[in-house]
Design a protein around this ligand. Structure first.
Ligand code: DOR
Ligand code: ZN
Length: 346
């Protein structure tokens, strides 16, 4: 049995750190395990232009002074008012690597998202021209569609047209949750990839709903069947370069989760790499962790791999009940359970 190993320092290709005091409480958790992270722009108000992205990046960097080197990679939040010029400016100033499309109303802070994806062709063309990536929250928002089918409906009704109309655009289908999404991405051209979260590799909808309703498992896209989880695990461990790590760690104050109408999001940042190692080891695939966590993402984004290392030791840790989160607290995913791995930067 392997008791310790190290890999090239990973990156998190999908992360929410929020802003202000709450951001200061969580961003160090990511910096302790990752060299870079793609920072989601769904603040209130959202980060929609180059200037906003540069300012947000500075606030994150200011919060990390004195801590190990960590680079926030910024994204723009697409709205109905985003113009191709805004994309060109974000590229020219180096403010953002990618643009995030939330269908309006799909998830947390997505009310300013895009209402008519068919009207975004000029913006998508600007992304393709500059080499910036399009990051998709791949769910339809039609209230008539069952919540467990919203990713599938997006793959059937929306994504094929985007790919057909923009064949050179690099597209990341974020936080995929279904066997159907795995199959879709595998069959698509090489410029279509996907991120996979730790929570979707470790949990299915029974964790959330059987024997009691557990709000800390509620995230979007929602957890699916165990057969879907197994398909995700197969993709993540396959060494197919289309699949790479994105935690979608999404902190919310405990009272906003444990509520009659709780927010979507699971907080995994503090134990992210130990959680992924747990999933990979259960699949007998620890040797494939580095490719998924540290190599495929940089390759897809066209960035160099990190030179630092992350060390894993077989040393049990119990996930704490809570972490400070501004004036409140955040409860981590799998709180109270014991993980067999701990990690530290070399
Ligand atoms: O569970 C989620 N939480 N999914 C998202 O798409 C957004 C995120 C958040 O910002 O809380
Ligand atoms: Zn997200």
């Amino acid at each position: 049995m392997v008791n310790s190993f190290d890999i090239r320092l990973p990156d998190d290709w999908h992360l929410h750190v929020r802003d202000g005091d709450t951001m200061k409480d969580v961003v160090g958790h990511t910096g302790s395990q990752f060299g870079r992270a793609i920072i989601m722009p769904n603040l209130k108000p959202p980060v929609t232009d180059a200037q906003g992205a540069l300012q947000y990046k500075q606030r994150i960097q200011d919060a990390l002074v004195g801590q190990p080197a960590f680079e926030p990679l910024m994204t723009l939040y697409l709205t109905d008012r985003t113009t191709p010029e805004m994309i060109l400016e974000a590229h020219a100033t180096g403010a953002a690597h990618a643009a995030k499309l939330y269908p309006a109303g799909a998830t947390t802070n997505s009310d300013s998202g895009v209402t008519n994806i068919a009207a975004m062709d000029d913006v998508f063309a600007a992304l393709a021209d500059t080499g910036m990536l399009l990051l998709l929250h791949g769910e339809v928002t039609d209230s008539a569609i069952d919540i467990f089918d919203r990713e599938a409906a997006f793959l059937e009704t929306i994504l094929p047209a985007i790919i057909r109309r923009h064949p050179t655009l690099r597209i990341v289908l974020e936080h995929i949750t279904t066997e159907m999404a795995v199959d879709f991405v595998e069959a698509a051209a090489p410029n279509v990839g996907a991120t996979i979260t730790a929570h979707h590799l470790l949990a299915n909808r029974n964790h959330m709903l059987a024997g009691g309703i557990r709000p800390h498992f509620y995230c979007l896209p929602i957890l699916k069947r165990d057969s879907d989880r197994i398909a995700l695990l197969r993709a993540a461990t396959s060494r197919n370069p289309k699949f790479f790590l994105g935690t979608d760690s999404a902190p919310h104050a405990i009272e906003d989760k444990e509520s009659a109408c709780g927010c979507a999001g699971s907080y995994t940042a503090a134990q992210a790499m130990a959680l992924y190692a747990t999933a990979f080891e259960e699949a007998g695939a620890l040797p494939s962790l580095e490719a998924f966590a540290s190599l495929h993402g940089p390759e897809f984004y066209g960035l160099p791999v990190n030179t630092d290392r992350l060390v894993f030791e077989r040393k049990a840790q119990i996930i704490p009940d809570r972490y400070t989160f501004g004036p409140s607290a955040v409860r981590p995913f799998f709180a109270g359970t014991s993980l067999q791995w701990t990690t530290h930067r070399a």
